[in-house]
Design a protein around this ligand. Structure first.
Ligand code: BG6
Length: 479
């Protein structure tokens, strides 16, 4: 059997997309709370339009999410019944430090996650915790300019020290920043960055990224000091770039686009800025705010494993006439690959690309890998299940997941890639990060809630629920 014993099957969510309870339990306001549904969403996520508080003009889907804050026991029981070995979730920074720079952590927030982790353990589920999944306290954005400011490194260090101490023995697997490369594509949503007119946005993003990279290395160091059993991973929005044509210029362009993303994991896994990045920054006049000790911290605290999200491969070209056919997959601009079909949201579907991405990352770093997001966002129809209840017949989702799991199997069997686990995105329907919609559903469990925030929030297992349960029970043998 390809999947090793102890393979960590499960699902992944993020606080800002499922938790809700934004003003409860002493929680403060975060950037992710003020990303509205509707036409203002993209300008806000890009840091070009500023919304700093909840207003009545917009609908903010993260404020309630799918109410995990109140329904966590019910949701974890559903994961337990599917046989999850792991559950990837994130901490809302503002539940622990409501303003980000408070003198003391918020006990109510700490207790909330402690209860959640204990509940997971009751079901034999190993928590895999993302420390920040896009969220940054609003106060830190308004007071300091978010990750542009070095002060955030210190505040993040305080956050992680509190988490590692408090959850010692309860949590062993940690991810420092979700899709750290997303800072380039969605700077406000990804890192709380806003821009002034005339500001060199590229330079600001890389300077802020430096702070995150240093903070990530510090977190790795502190995690290992607090408990040598802790395992810390980086997290990349993954998916290889293919050249659209075999023309060398296209191959080079695909390599360049890959390197934009690998820059982050190169620093986190190898411990130093790669040569191509240093040259790029020199050319662009990007002045990285190095401080004494940064190079040593980066070099001495590389991650234990590489995690990534995979929804699709990407495609690059230098042929101007082909560039019009862009596809929307995972926010990173990519040219349409003529060989691939796409989801209802235009995200192209490429299971083989997962095997290619796994190989690329394993070759590059020779560290264990973890696929921490993968899935199909699709419209679902709730129908009668024939037993007086309701369900969704989501064979399209099963097909998508099956084909990707097969490729992981091949990557292990034929290529020898070391893969620790697989957590599908959104095991329960949750708010879409890119669109703020509920109708873009990924779950094994349907949640009765619509794009306007209406619905009972009732949960209904879909057909894929039973299918994934069987996959886990057979350790991937019966797909
Ligand atoms: C990843 C993010 O980019 O993709 C998740 O880490 C996100 O937060 C997921 O939800 C799927 O994207 P979307 O836009 O369909 O929710």
């Amino acid at each position: 059997m390809a999947f090793p014993e102890g393979f960590m099957w499960g699902g992944a969510t993020a606080a800002n997309q499922c938790e809700g309870g934004y003003d409860q339990g002493g929680r403060g306001l975060a950037n992710v709370d003020v990303c509205p549904h509707g036409e203002d969403r993209f300008p806000v996520m890009l840091g070009l339009k500023h919304i700093s508080q909840v207003d009545s003009e917009h609908y903010f889907p993260a404020l309630e999410g799918v109410d995990f804050y109140h329904r966590w026991k019910e949701d974890i029981a559903l994961y337990g019944k599917m046989g999850f070995k792991t559950y990837r979730m994130s901490i809302a920074w503002t539940r622990i430090f409501p303003n980000g720079d408070d003198a003391e952590p918020n006990e109510e927030g700490l207790r909330f996650y402690e209860d959640v982790f204990k509940e997971c353990r009751k079901w034999g589920i190993e928590p895999l915790v993302t420390i920040t999944h896009f969220d940054c306290p609003m106060h830190l954005i308004q007071e300091y300019g978010g990750w542009k400011n070095r002060k955030l490194v210190e505040l993040y260090k305080r956050l992680v020290a509190v988490l590692f101490e408090r959850y010692k023995g309860l949590v062993r697997y940690w991810l420092t920043f979700n899709e750290i490369n997303m800072i380039l594509a969605l700077p406000f949503m990804g890192a709380g960055l806003t821009f002034d007119e005339g500001e060199d946005q590229t330079a600001s993003k890389y300077r802020a990224a430096h702070h995150e990279l240093v903070a990530s290395a510090w977190a790795t160091k502190i995690a290992h000091e607090v408990d040598p059993q802790n395992r810390v991973g980086c997290m990349l929005a993954g998916g290889r770039f293919y050249p659209l044509t075999p023309e060398p210029a296209d191959v080079l362009e695909a390599m360049r686009r890959d390197n934009e993303n690998y820059f982050f994991t190169d620093v986190q896994a190898r411990g130093a800025y790669p040569a191509y990045a240093l040259k790029f920054m020199e050319r662009e006049g990007i002045d990285i705010p190095w401080q004494e000790g940064d190079r040593e911290i980066l070099a001495q605290n590389t991650v234990d494993f590489i995690s990534f999200s995979y929804y699709s491969s990407r495609c690059a070209t230098t042929h101007k006439d082909e560039m019009g056919g862009q596809t929307s997959g995972n926010v990173f601009a990519s040219v349409k690959n003529p060989y691939l079909k796409a989801s209802e949201w235009g995200w192209q579907i490429d299971p083989t690309g997962l095997r290619i991405t796994l190989n690329s990352l394993y070759e590059r770093y020779q560290k264990p890998l973890f696929v921490v997001e993968n899935g199909l966002g699709a419209k679902d129809e709730l129908v009668d299940d024939g037993n007086g209840g309701k369900t969704v017949i989501d064979d399209y989702r099963i097909d998508y997941l099956r084909s990707h799991i097969k490729e992981m199997d091949d990557a292990i069997t034929y290529d020898g890639v070391e893969l620790w686990g697989y957590t599908t995105w959104g095991p329960i329907d949750l708010v879409s990060a890119s669109t703020g919609e509920m109708s873009k559903r990924y779950g094994f469990v349907y949640v009765d809630r619509d794009d306007a925030g209406k619905g009972s929030l009732e949960r209904y297992p879909k057909k894929s629920f039973g299918w994934y349960k069987k996959v886990i029970a057979t350790n991937g043998a019966d797909l």
